[in-house]
Design a protein around this ligand. Structure first.
Ligand code: MRU
Length: 345
């Protein structure tokens, strides 16, 4: 199974909206289809969005016909804007755009820029592969043999386009060390990334799990049935406040209330050092239709309204540690996140 594959002149994406019922791939050379795939969550999860966008920008560059540098860059700007408008919260998307823009600077002509876009996308892909592998192994030390671990949303190969993942990568690495881990999987309403995708990945990894609905987490936390919680992140502010899939924040509060450690696992590309706190993280509002139905079956009356924020922000005080490829960051986050950047980014 490959979440994202570059085929030289086109990209192949595993359509995650069809999982686990059907394994269907989207193959395209049209960058606009990649933008739509990101919007529709065919490709999703912060690091995977970043990698797909980087390759998508390369496709957009390749498709530009004009050759003089200025006109070429004008058209490329539209490609950048289309990707920037696809999903607002996952900072990895904006990190990919920034890296692609930096790659243009010293390139003299359209041919060289096109090549640079392809090379930079491949480089980001390789960097994220190593980051996820390193952070997974670093985080595995936090999980002891016999631990019962609660996770929210999907944070494995599907969400990262790499062989490990963030939170699920840590769980995978711990299992590879021979530890017995039992995973409690939040179903993750409204789009069921936990029920559809995390269970699918855990089955393949042969790691035991129990699927629970989101509103059951407090019950199990209060009865001492969970040893720790580990989740991914879509954007981490420089003070450690973390945006992740809607429903993460209540789990963090419940973990705190029940003295259960709450860990965030993310590559350094998910840290947005330009913002001071979670208040500045833009939260994506999605179509209320996603609330009215489950996989195409209407569950709510017609002509009602709903709210559908896709992410929430967990304040840093509820986070016991942040696992990155550059090490495990503890409080005080402001100072320790800064030093991670100075050392390794
Ligand atoms: O809306 P999604 O499915 O893209 O949300 C994904 C998450 O919230 C993940 O937890 C997050 O991207 C980190 S996973 C690598």
């Amino acid at each position: 199974m490959k979440t994202i594959e570059w085929l030289g002149d086109r990209i192949k994406l595993l359509d995650q909206t069809e999982l686990p019922l059907r394994e269907i791939y989207l193959e395209t050379a049209d960058y606009k289809e990649v933008v739509s795939a990101i919007k529709q969550l065919k490709v999703r999860g912060a690091p995977a969005i970043g990698i797909a966008a980087a390759y998508g920008i390369a496709l957009g560059a390749i498709s530009i016909k004009v050759t003089d540098r200025e006109s070429f860059l004008n058209e490329l700007q539209t490609v950048f804007s289309d990707f920037a408008g696809s999903r607002p919260t996952a900072v990895n998307l904006f990190y990919a755009i920034k890296r692609q823009k930096q790659a243009i600077a010293d390139k003299a002509n359209a041919t060289d820029i096109k090549q640079a876009m392809v090379d930079t996308a491949a480089l980001i892909n390789r960097e994220e592969e190593k980051a996820m592998s390193d952070l997974s192994k670093a985080g595995a030390d936090l999980l002891k043999d016999g631990f019962k671990v609660l996770t929210h949303c999907n944070t494995g190969q599907l969400a990262t386009g790499t062989s490990y993942g963030t939170a699920l990568g840590v769980i995978k690495a711990a299992a590879e060390q021979g530890k017995n881990i039992m995973v409690y999987v939040d179903e993750t309403r409204p789009l069921l990334q936990g029920a559809r995708l995390t269970t699918w990945e855990l089955l393949q990894l042969k790691i035991p799990f129990k699927l629970i609905t989101d509103n059951m987490a407090g019950h199990f936390l209060s009865r001492g049935q969970i040893d720790c919680v580990i989740v991914g992140a879509d954007r981490i502010a420089s003070n450690g406040d973390t945006a992740n899939k809607i429903g993460t924040y209540p789990v963090a509060v419940l973990a705190h209330e029940n003295h259960v450690p709450f860990y965030v696992a993310a590559p350094v590309s998910t840290i947005d050092s330009s913002i001071g706190s979670g208040d500045e993280i833009p939260i994506e509002e999605r179509d209320p239709e996603e609330i009215f139905q489950i996989r195409g079956v209407r569950i709510a009356p017609q002509n009602i309204s709903a709210l559908n924020p896709a992410f929430d922000v967990t304040p840093n005080k509820y986070i016991s540690a942040i696992v990155t490829q550059n090490g495990i960051i503890k409080k005080p986050y402001k100072r320790n996140i800064k030093s991670i950047f100075q050392e390794g980014h």
